[in-house]
Design a protein around this ligand. Structure first.
Ligand SMILES: Nc1ncnc2c1ncn2[C@@H]1O[C@H](COP(=O)(O)OP(=O)(O)OP(=O)(O)O)[C@@H](O)[C@H]1O
Ligand SMILES: [Mg+2]
Length: 286
């Protein structure tokens, strides 16, 4: 136990040496499966990378269509190998397009919310000892309202909720917002209207969701992006690429670049809450 505390202390000291600038942490969520969370995460991340930001993506989705698969990257080790002490966090990072880095979390992250004190300390230390500095961390979460999704969202500074114009997507997004606001102290949500046919449809979708949240919950929603349904999205997926790389002028790619330009302006909390380690601490300590 003493060792754990010491480990944690030395990890936190290191943090002020290494990542002593703020890191913006954005969780991408949605409640419903297949609404475009991973595509929003990766395209926004790559657009941010293209705009000169140092971006880390934490793949917190245990499903099959995870980040490395979508980008056609080879992953050998994941966060569970870092937790077991087999390797350092730097060694498992995979480089994606526009210089973005991905933390393959895979099955190891399932236990991230139920770690032992030693693992807690190990994880915090792993992030504090990262040799690379990052400006933004994007967390691609899984579908549903599991403890893990809630923990990632609660620990992040900004929560983006991806919704489509389907009753189940709106209901699931509402359910997620309700749980996060009533039980986890999250009151601000950044809404991404995805797969819409027009800007107007995006605004209407946002209005439908806001109508129910305004009526029953004490939350503030902001429409941060309207991403059109774009055939080039599927074409890109089939080639294990993102639309911002393959079809940079297509409407969805333009929307993602707009979202990236907005996201860099969202304020980063002052230290220490702006640190990556703080995010991990929040994540594991609740
Ligand atoms: N704007 C869009 N236009 C067209 N197709 C889209 C758009 N956004 C996402 N898609 C398609 O929807 C499917 C689901 O996308 P994605 O895997 O990103 O969703 P997800 O929410 O991460 O799913 P899961 O819940 O399984 O993790 C993919 O086939 C993707 O190509
Ligand atoms: Mg996904």
């Amino acid at each position: 136990m003493i060792n754990t505390v010491l480990d944690q202390a030395s990890g936190l000291r290191k943090m002020s040496q290494n990542n002593n600038h703020g890191v913006k942490v954005i969780a991408v969520t949605g409640g419903k499966g297949g609404v475009g969370k991973t595509n929003v995460s990766l395209n926004t991340a790559i657009a941010l990378g293209q705009q000169g930001n140092r971006v880390l993506v934490l793949d917190a989705d245990l499903g099959l269509a995870n980040c490395d698969v979508m980008l056609g990257l080879r992953v050998e080790k994941n966060l569970s190998h870092v937790l077991s002490g087999e390797c350092e966090l730097d060694e498992i990072l995979v480089e994606g397009p526009a210089g973005i880095k991905i933390v393959p979390a895979t099955s190891g992250s399932q236990s991230m919310v139920e770690l032992t004190p030693a693992e807690h300390a190990g994880l915090i230390r792993a992030f504090s000892e990262l040799n690379t500095e990052f400006d933004i961390l994007i967390v691609d979460t899984a579908a549903g309202i599991s403890d893990m999704v809630l923990s990632f969202s609660r620990a992040a500074q900004d929560v983006m909720v991806v919704v489509c114009d389907e009753p189940t997507s709106i209901t699931d997004a509402y359910a997620l917002i309700k749980v996060l606001s009533r039980e986890h102290g999250v009151y601000k949500f950044k809404i991404v209207a995805n797969m819409v046919r027009s800007l107007r449809e995006g605004q209407e979708l946002f209005a439908k969701l806001s109508k129910v949240t305004d009526r029953f919950l004490d939350v503030a929603l902001e429409l941060v992006a309207t991403v059109p349904f774009d055939e080039n999205m599927r074409k890109s997926s089939r080639r294990q690429k993102t639309i911002v790389e393959l079809f940079p002028n297509s409407p969805a790619a333009v929307a993602f670049r707009g979202l990236a330009s907005k996201a860099v302006k969202w304020p980063i909390p002052h230290q220490p809450s702006g640190h990556l380690e703080f995010f991990i601490e929040q994540l594991v300590n609740g």
